[in-house]
Ligand binder design. Structure first.
Ligand code: ATP
Ligand code: MG
Length: 911
């Protein structure tokens, strides 16, 4: 018998096959989509190529092959409910893909798919089925082209070609944008795979409801641009986008009945089995928990490797939810101690060769998992008890759906994610109001955890710019590659104003006050990316026409198009004028200092805190830099000062910067720090700081100083938290740092001048001053109480008789509640029978205290009601016991009038 191919070999087969057919291998992008904050996770291979389809990005290749990490646990693509319960859906999975960007089309795509499946992998031809697009609404042409190509494949059974409508065979990124028909390849696993045998009326079929036919590969032909629900226009450049479920093809090629039985999952499942000590038979009887744990261990290991640690909102919530869900399923197997790190270690071992980020971040993966499980353990038992009570009540009241706000409360106070609550409810035949949960979560300003399917498409005006570029390149005014962009070196000489765009439309001239976008054949203005803000500056006439455009920002609206966003401040610029663009150089220098300092900071954080302190976000502005990174707890003051000192040491070492362009693969192999959430092309810029001793090595497209000494000085101004597990540092450099230091020294100098001290004496002096001040405050307080008490003693005799009862009602200046209580005691001591209402104006706010002796309570008086009635007049309320009650109010000026209520109350209520 021939040995079964390993999963790793199958992945490589796919890549090799397409590389042999002229494709460039492109590494998987991060699970966190680059430059797209609206999409929570990469959920398909096309995510990293979205901009290429939209025409806002071009790549140096037109054919690509990849194995993309995908996660489908949020938004429209959410397979969580199937995970662990079926054999073919995972939260995290790999999608193999081959891509054509305006290069080959349907014929090659289908032919190669057939060849790979039947010749390379030798799958039996009679098991393969294909679908093609036929519009049920009869509005979009039937994809007869694809159908015909299938029919010409050698050995393809024509009866295995089936038409399907829009839901299955027409693919759209969003409501508008690139789209097209697709052809799906299904594999017939045999009648024994039907899990609906005996169900009346069931017939096995492609896209049917049993497990016999398995979808393995989808080939999308992007040939239209959708402008509106009814308008489709053909694209000039047509693309191919394919996605094959890696785990599914492995299950077929290894001839096992489930993805979980492949060598992609079995080592993980065996590790879990090692922990539970169960026999194979017991394991098979408890399959769901094993599958869920194996699935979630992969997902969380890959997430943490991409910088997504467990936390409260958004992506971090998803990571937390997956760890906790796995832990809960572990409880079903009697695993009550943290175990996920054990399973994740197997993920790292098994996948670390192809995905080196796993090995690189191994400590972070293991630490975060264990920490999260421990945290979960603290609350899970009370949470589960509470949930079971809620579910029991629900059943008693014969209701089927748990209130969403209660489910949220379970999460917020007991750490039970919605998904777990729902699992448990469903196990008992109940459900949870998911929408109510989301609403409650949003009300608590926690993100819903759901993103749009493919994020914001943007780029609505791509067409206008694309047309502009087309005509300008045709006339030779613009380079074939588009605007020449070199923010690293100042460009020489003037250029022609190629276009002026106002409110989205090209215009021939503009006047003072007009906001305009200016297109020049080349520019050295930096366009915002990688956290570094755009340059500002001005564009002036270079042939004496006396006009100026102030440039406030930059934009890249389409591939090859870069425009200056500005406002005309002088004269009348016209298309065709000769112009010279000048970057604000001082501002740019400040930005460069901050950018290089950001790299030094990143390196220093790794030295001081460890390799887990990876970048999670960054802003490089002229006046400051902001750097977000993963770290579970606040930095200590020593750590902050240590990091700051290291950066300044690197500045003083005056390291040179080496900036080299190379292939992404080479840079990563050399250990360059690639940043999560960033998009990289095949060619990358690498920034090395240091000579023999390399201090920092990062991929970066930003602008930098020549030597670290140019930064001058680096000062950290802030360290704080922005989300669970994510810290933020803000810092200043260069002139800003000098100004900050100077300002602080001025304050210190003035303070010393005022105190008559030297800097060394300031702190002890301020301490002793505060001490004597607080001693004085205490003294004042004591005197005040004495004063109030004195005033009170005088008035203690001045009771009046109402209905024969001694009544005292007075306003005491500046007495607090404590003082009023003391007075009340004195009153009670002196009058065994009586009523007192003591009030005070405490910094403008009235406070009131009512006393009624026991005998009068028996006669119908109640201190609580009395104080309430009086407090109403001063706009307040209160209450208390029948003998003693207090109240507050708003308007102290009405206190005197309010006290008139005392006799009124007594007269009405005394029996
Ligand atoms: P299905 O209908 O089986 O859920 P799909 O239509 O959602 O699949 P596509 O979006 O076309 O799938 O993704 C391309 C390929 O990725 C599919 O043909 C399938 O092989 C695989 N795939 C999709 N979802 C998952 C998942 N949750 N786990 C594993 N593989 C998947
Ligand atoms: Mg699906």
């Amino acid at each position: 018998m021939q040995a079964k191919p390993t999963g790793a070999a199958i992945r490589q087969d796919f890549i090799d096959f397409f590389v042999e057919h002229g494709h460039t291998f492109v590494p998987s992008s991060s699970l966190v989509p680059g430059g797209d904050s609206t999409l929570l996770f990469t959920n398909a291979g096309m995510v990293q190529f979205k901009d290429v389809f939209l025409g806002t990005d071009v790549r140096p290749y037109t054919r690509a092959v990849d194995s993309q990490k995908c996660l489908r646990v949020s938004g429209k693509h959410n397979d969580l409910d199937q995970v662990g319960r079926d054999n073919t859906h995972h939260t995290f999975f790999e999608m193999l893909g081959n891509w054509s960007f305006g290069d080959y089309y349907k014929k090659e795509a289908i032919t190669w798919a057939w060849q790979l499946l039947t010749e390379v992998w030798k799958l039996p031809k009679d098991r393969i089925w294909a679908t093609y697009f036929k519009d049920e609404l009869d509005q979009i042409p039937e994809d007869l082209e694809a159908a015909d190509i299938w029919l010409t494949q050698p050995g393809f059974d024509p009866n295995h070609l089936l038409p399907f409508g829009r839901k299955d065979n027409f693919w759209e990124m969003a409501d508008t944008g690139p789209c097209g028909p697709d052809t799906e390849i299904h594999y017939d696993r045999g009648p024994e795979f039907c899990n609906m045998q005996g169900v009346p009326g069931h017939i096995c079929g492609v896209n049917g409801d049993c497990e016999r036919f398995l979808e393995i590969w989808n080939n999308v032909f992007i040939q239209y641009n959708r402008l509106s629900p009814t308008e489709l226009v053909p694209l000039e450049k047509k693309h191919v986008d394919t996605g094959m479920g890696f785990e599914r093809i492995v299950s077929i090629l290894q001839d096992v009945p489930s993805n979980y039985k492949t060598d992609l999952f079995m080592p993980l499942i065996r590790r879990v089995q090692g922990l539970t000590g169960q026999s194979d038979a017991e394991r098979e009887a408890n399959l769901t928990p094993y599958r869920v744990i194996a699935d979630h261990a992969r997902a969380t290991a890959f997430l943490i490797a991409d910088g997504v640690v467990p936390g409260n909102i958004g992506r971090n919530y998803v990571c937390r939810m997956l760890v906790r869900r796995a832990a809960r399923f572990g409880m079903k197997l009697d695993l009550h101690k943290p175990f996920m790190a054990e399973v994740a270690q197997v993920v790292i071992d098994e996948y670390g060769d192809f995905y080196p980020e796993l090995k690189k971040n191994a400590p972070a993966i293991l630490d975060n998992l264990t920490r999260e499980e421990k945290q979960f353990q603290k609350t899970v038992n009370t949470g589960l008890e509470y949930l079971n009570e809620l579910l029991a009540d629900l059943k008693k009241s014969e209701q089927g759906v748990l209130d969403g706000a209660l489910a949220f409360d379970l999460y917020a106070t007991h750490g039970l994610p919605l998904e777990i609550t729902r699992d448990i409810a469903q196990e008992q035949g109940l459900d949870v109001d998911t929408q109510g949960f989301q609403e409650a979560m949003e009300a608590h300003r926690l993100a819903s955890g759901a993103g749009k399917e493919f994020g914001d498409m943007g780029g609505g005006d791509v067409e206008i710019y694309a047309q502009l570029v087309e005509s300008l390149t045709a006339s030779g005014k613009l380079d074939a590659k588009g605007v020449l962009y070199n923010p690293y070196k100042s460009v020489e000489g003037p250029g022609e104003v190629l276009a002026l765009i106002r409110e989205g439309q090209p215009v021939t001239a503009a006047a003072v006050g007009d906001p305009v976008e200016v297109l020049l054949p080349r520019t050295d203005f930096y366009v915002e990316s990688g956290g570094q803000v755009s340059d500002t500056g001005q564009i002036v006439s270079a042939n004496g026409k006396e006009w100026t455009i102030r440039v406030n920002g930059m934009r890249k609206p389409a591939a090859g198009v870069i425009v200056h966003l500005g406002e005309v401040v002088r004269g009348q610029p016209q298309v065709g004028d000769l112009a010279k663009a000048q970057v604000d150089t001082e501002r740019r220098k400040a930005i460069m200092r901050n950018h290089t300092a950001t790299h030094l900071l990143h390196a220093a954080l790794h030295e001081v805190l460890g390799d887990h302190a990876r970048q999670a976000g960054s802003l490089v502005a002229p006046d400051r830099l902001r750097f977000d990174f993963n770290h579970p707890q606040p930095m200590t003051r020593e750590e902050i000062l240590d990091v700051e000192a290291r950066v300044n040491q690197a500045i003083l070492a005056n390291y040179p910067l080496h900036i080299v362009e190379k292939s992404l693969q080479e840079a990563i192999d050399e250990g360059a720090m690639a940043l999560f959430g960033e998009k990289y092309g095949a060619e990358v810029r690498t920034i090395t700081i240091g000579d023999e001793e390399v201090y920092s090595y990062e991929l970066c497209g930003g602008t930098h100083v020549d030597e670290t000494g140019d930064i001058g000085l680096f000062l950290i101004t802030y360290e704080g938290s922005i989300a669970a597990g994510v810290r933020r540092i803000e810092a200043v450099t260069g002139w800003q740092a000098y100004e900050l230091a100077r300002e602080r020294m001025n304050i210190l100098d003035q303070t010393n001048h005022f105190l008559g001290t030297s800097p060394a004496e300031t702190l002890p002096r301020v301490k002793s001053l505060t001490e004597s001040l607080s001693a004085a405050d205490k003294e004042i307080e004591k005197l005040r109480t004495q004063l109030v008490a004195g005033a009170f003693d005088e008035q203690l005799d001045s009771t009046e008789e109402i209905e024969g009862v001694p009544v005292l009602r007075i306003v005491l200046p500046n007495a607090d509640m404590e003082a009023l209580r003391e007075m009340a005691d004195k009153f009670r001591q002196k009058y065994p029978s009586g009523v007192a209402l003591l009030a005070s104006d405490l910094d403008g706010k009235p406070i009131l205290l009512a006393v009624v002796t026991d005998d009068l309570v028996k006669r119908g008086l109640h201190a609580g009601n009395l104080v309430k009635q009086v407090a109403q007049v001063v706009g307040g309320g209160g209450g208390g016991r029948p003998t003693l009650a207090q109240a507050g109010g708003k308007d102290a000026s009405k206190l005197a009038v309010a006290l008139d209520q005392v006799p009124v109350y007594i007269k009405t209520n005394l029996k």
